[in-house]
Design a protein around this ligand. Structure first.
Ligand SMILES: [Zn+2]
Length: 181
């Protein structure tokens, strides 16, 4: 599950801009190294991330929509998802949309385990004469990524999207299913 920005700031889902700003200031005060006796930088970063999203009307709208999406459990994760250079086998994600969503398009959050080359051995699996201990000799490591994909409006049942994973230099296939609730 994604972290709930509203929960992080301790405000209700319908909080207005002023309430968001107030909650943010108060919360920051409790953890900021400059002013707090019990500083907590990790918490501070979370607060900033939450505030950045919720204080921007456009971002907030997207985020709210993604929350609803997640709550409805629309993103089904069928990963035998084994992705990524250098040993890519094709990853498939199936996404189930309502007819309304298919017509209008939407943004969907994905949480994906992606296979990446082991950093320690560079994906070789060996360190000199010995198997790499970090990856057990497989040469692969798993990294968990969260990102959004954009489903264009007017998409049909059975459509396939080839989507680039941000900052990752790899692509995933998304199979779109349109189902009546
Ligand atoms: Zn390794």
């Amino acid at each position: 599950m994604k972290e709930d920005f509203y929960q992080i700031l301790g405000i209700p889902r319908d909080a207005n801009e002023e309430a968001i700003r107030r909650a943010y200031r108060k919360a920051v005060h409790r953890v900021h190294p400059d002013v707090s006796e019990t500083p907590d930088v990790e918490r501070l970063l979370k607060l900033q991330e939450a505030y950045e999203t919720l204080s921007d009307p456009e971002k907030r709208k997207d985020y709210d929509r993604s929350l609803k999406q997640e709550a409805r459990g629309h993103v089904s994760s069928s990963w035998e998802a084994r992705v990524g250079p250098p040993r890519a086998t094709s990853p498939w994600i199936e996404v189930i949309l309502s007819p309304w969503e298919a017509i209008n398009g939407l943004r969907i959050p994905l949480h994906l385990p992606l296979e990446i080359p082991c950093r320690r051995c560079g994906g070789v699996g060996w360190r000199g004469l010995f198997p790499c201990l970090d990856c057990g000799g497989s040469g692969a490591a798993i990294q968990h990524l969260t990102f959004f994909i954009q489903i264009p409006p007017g998409i049909q049942d059975g459509a396939r999207l080839h989507i680039r994973v941000p900052n990752f230099g790899t692509r995933i296939w998304v199979l779109v299913r349109v189902q009546h609730p």
